[in-house]
Write a protein that binds this ligand. Structure first.
Ligand code: XMP
Length: 518
């Protein structure tokens, strides 16, 4: 299969030694207009050569280079004749390879430090004495590697930036990729443009052009089927493929009855009227609610919904003749996780909604976003005219409101949750002041409490509000919403939603809690 880079002349390879910042390096490089890909540190030399990179970045990592099993990359990396930049552990590694000495620093250097430039070099253009850099290490270079000079020192690191006298091999002890290094992006830019001499050919616009070409080539004039969920990934996939092959893309949107209030109507309007997609709408609310009847266990809810979705999708796809291709919204972090499965950045992915589909249906996958990060998908979406309400949509789980109704899922309880949820959407998700919020939603708890409305005693439902901040859903913190927002939201829910007389706010973080309640 052709990869994005095959259409592209400028590739930076990032070798991952397990730093929590590796993906950040990649995002910064791409923001600077250069296409890059991440591979495990021990990626084979032949594979790297075949990709014809224009530069290599060695990431940081938690190991010490002096450990017995310290992760090492192929030394051939330094003989490829392209510039190399080692960051933190990457610097320590290249120091060792070239005969320097790395030792445990008496004091761990963590946080802000000042940089002092000793030797002028294009790499540090624009950097002044005293500029702040972010450190996070306990090993440091004690004796310089052979053939290297020190470009800058910091308060505690005598060799905070170094370079090889002859080859374009650079190392920095600090992290230019994090925003705590205010001029870090400038340093990366110097590396890409002045050291690697790149032009900066990568942009969301260029991505759209190249991806269009690639989709046309891959789909070979055949039909492609795409399951739409209303979420940003599947919507951008559909918009992109539609741009490439028009109505040869058949989209299917299944309403499983556990969507948020008005969600089906809103997204269908956007798909049909704005994006002009060839869309089949399947209203399967009744089938899903029937299948969910009496099921309380969350994992069973997930299974029942997942299976029924696949069944309906297969029925509908079959009705459209035999399409050979299935489009999916796989993103780059999923790809990195699978290639690094045994590597340092391995993480556990818990939710796959339509994972079983392609195999069962004997279809080939088309995954046009598999080289993009989420923020890039949003930019590409805007470029393609996907409406803001979809581009900015919060993540929403495949099993939908079914896992936010604790216990039995039935029409009456669904109605209560939809109304309460719609209020928190209006107050938080649609309020520009809370753009940074990762998810905000309501949960219906299977507990009734006593209240008083007018002179009447009530005995009604409790709604919990869950509002979290997060980077990637792996960890999350409860949002410190202003009291005024909490107050308005709670009052509105109690006044406007029949059957609710109490609202509580969830103040647990992940871990040890999870974002969803089920
Ligand atoms: P948790 O609850 O595990 O959620 O902290 C992490 C993220 O995943 C979403 N989530 C799901 N998404 N199918 C999905 O597509 C699911 O079964 C599912 N369960 C949780 C959740 O909304 C959060 O963004």
């Amino acid at each position: 299969m052709k990869r994005y880079n095959d259409y592209h002349q400028e590739l930076i390879l990032i070798l991952d030694f397990g730093s929590q910042y590796t993906q950040l390096i990649a995002r910064k490089v791409r923001e600077l207009g250069v296409y890059c890909e991440i591979y495990p540190y021990n990626h084979s030399m032949d594979a790297m050569k075949a990709m014809n990179p224009r530069g290599i970045i060695l990431s940081g990592g938690p190991a010490s280079i002096n450990e017995k099993n310290a992760p090492l990359c192929d030394k051939g990396v330094f003989d490829l004749g392209v510039p190399v930049l080692g960051i933190c552990y990457g610097l320590q590694l290249l120091s060792r390879v070239f005969g320097g000495k790395v030792e445990k620093a008496p004091k761990r250097e963590f946080g802000k430090a000042h940089l002092y430039v000793g030797t002028k070099d294009k790499f540090l253009d624009g950097i002044k004495d005293g500029d702040i850099v972010w450190m996070s290490h306990s090993d440091k270079v004690l004796t310089m590697p052979r053939g290297f000079v020190t470009l800058a020192r910091s308060d505690n690191s005598p060799h905070a930036a170094i370079r090889n006298k002859e080859a374009t091999i650079y190392g920095v002890q600090f992290h230019p990729e994090v925003h705590h290094t205010p001029k870090g992006k400038r340093i990366l830019k110097n590396f890409l443009y002045k050291i690697c001499r790149l032009k900066g050919l990568f942009s969301p616009k260029s991505f759209v052009e190249l991806a269009t070409e690639k989709i046309r080539e891959e789909s070979q004039g055949e039909k492609v089927i795409c399951a739409l969920s209303g979420g940003v990934d599947s919507s951008v996939v559909a918009a992109l493929i539609h741009r490439a092959i028009g109505d040869n893309l058949q989209c299917i949107f299944v309403n499983n009855g556990v969507l948020r209030k008005n969600e089906a109507e809103e997204v269908i309007a956007a798909y049909r009227e704005v994006l002009h997609l060839n869309l089949k709408y399947v209203n399967a609310e009744d089938r899903f609610l029937k299948a969910l009847k009496g099921i309380k266990d969350p994992e069973r809810k997930r299974k029942v919904i997942g299976r029924l979705f696949i069944k309906i999708f297969e029925e509908e796809a079959g009705r459209n003749g035999s399409a050979r291709f299935l489009a999916q919204g796989t993103l780059y972090p999923d790809v990195i996780e699978s290639v690094s499965a045994k590597g340092p950045s391995a993480t556990i992915k818990s939710h796959h909604n339509v994972g079983g589909l392609p195999k069962r249906m004997k279809m080939k996958l088309i995954e046009p976003l598999r080289e993009l990060f989420k923020d890039e998908v949003r930019i590409v979406g805007r470029e393609l005219g996907v409406p803001e309400n979809i581009v900015n949509r919060q993540p929403f789980p495949g099993p939908g409101l079914a896992i936010r109704i604790i216990g039995d899922v039935n029409r009456e309880r669904l109605e209560i949750l939809k109304e309460a949820d719609s209020i928190i959407r209006q107050e938080v998700e649609h309020n520009p002041a809370f753009k940074h919020i990762w998810q905000s939603f309501a949960i219906l708890i299977p507990v009734k409490t006593v209240g008083v409305m007018g002179d009447e005693r009530t005995y009604a439902n409790v709604i919990a509000l869950r509002v979290v901040e997060s980077e990637d859903a792996m960890t999350a913190d409860w949002a410190r919403l202003p009291y005024a927002t909490l107050d308005t939201t709670a009052r509105r829910i109690i006044n406007e939603v029949p059957g609710v007389n109490r609202v509580v706010y969830d103040i647990s973080s992940k871990p040890p809690s999870t974002i969803e309640w089920e």
